[in-house]
Ligand binder design. Sequence first.
Ligand code: 5AD
Ligand code: SF4
Length: 456
Amino acid sequence: MTGPKKLYVRTFGCQMNVYDSERMSEALGADGYVRTDDIEDAELVVLNTCHIREKAADKVYSDLGRIDQIKRQREAAGQEMTIAVTGCVAQAEGKEIIARAPQVGLVVGPQSYHRLPDLVRRARAGAQVVDTEFPEEDKFAHLPARTVGADATGKIQPAGPAAAFLTVQEGCDKFCTFCVVPYTRGMEMSRPVAAIESEARRLVARGVRELTLLGQNVNGYHGDGPDGPPCSLAGLIAQLARIDGLERLRYMTSHPRDMTDDLIEAHGSIDKLMPYLHLPFQAGSDRILAGMNRKHTADDYLRIIARVRQARPDIALSTDIIVGFPGETEAEFEATLDVVRAVRFAQAYSFKYSPRPGTPAASLDRQVAPEVAAERLERLQLLLADQQASFNAGCIGKVFPVLFEKPGRNAGQLIGRSPYLQSVHADATPDLLGRILPVEISGAGFRSLAGVVRAA
Ligand code: 5AD
Ligand code: SF4
């Protein structure tokens, strides 16, 4: 074979999939693969999929149809292409994927990524391979360590990205009745503090200044501590905050039930912990919350928010909300609007309920008509957009420390992040990439801010 093997990765869904795609690319990089942005050039295509809502899962099959065309063209020209489906659709549907899309050579669930290079070799030798086990061994301990100074393709690069994700916890034991996560990602598992710290240090050595600690239920984190006993998320954050060169820490996604006192206090006492909290509440009606098995009421949620704000008054709040859960009445939907009005979110994600096969809510009676759910979603999103716009407008005139992460659309511009996770566009030279500088906010849109760099 001439030249390196080309790998094309397409990532759907959440930040954990973004992180997993990086780790898979690194594992395949150690096996001679180099990433390409041109799918037509790829010997190996990885679709890292999401199963959280029907629309996300459907996208995989429409993509597979298009990729099959490219695979046929390559084969007509005497070139190979192996298609791998990874992620939560792989876990949920397993060999059904190959039955529906026989062009797929390899189906791998999220717990088996450390076996990927070997599985790819078997698929390329002509086998159709399905691995959706929840193996005994810890995949993180078997994935190659993250190399210093190299990017996901294994190439040494002068400065890595300034912000990165780091998975610290995976899976969920909460069993919200609408959610596939406990089935696709399995039971809660926390990585040991020492393994996370060593990965964090390697990332910092690559130029990372900001880390977002990821987990489906990240504030339920309880990994083995450095001295043995389990460590909470607050303890982990305190430990990582000691790393020189690491300037900012964030975490997501959290559950209200696991918003412990020490974590709330950490927002007031750890400077490197950014003033931003993503805390889903899903619905404002206690009857619906009970039907969702959320294990909290609307009032519990509001009380947690009040305590978080006491610890860190300027904190920006974000959430996830579902409309049209089975049986939701107009009054119950309005209770959701009431919570939104009471909290005032800086930003939020909102979804129409989507029945997922195998989850308890999918078989409930009284599914809400799609047009009713669509109308509720529209009203909710108008309110949320209004809150987001006013949060952003309130930033005009303030000076924020901004971490510059990437070039802007216009030459001479960079895009960075404020402490509140807003994108900030400013005129700045490329040498400022990876640095945190004061920026005076001069303009605010719905999605981003504009500002002027002030002398540090
Ligand atoms: N339908 C709609 N939204 C869902 N979510 C999870 N499962 C579903 C579903 N079946 C949303 C929740 C969760 C976010 C990641 O996705 O709001 O917090
Ligand atoms: Fe799904 Fe989150 Fe509920 Fe866990 S806590 S079941 S990941 S919605």
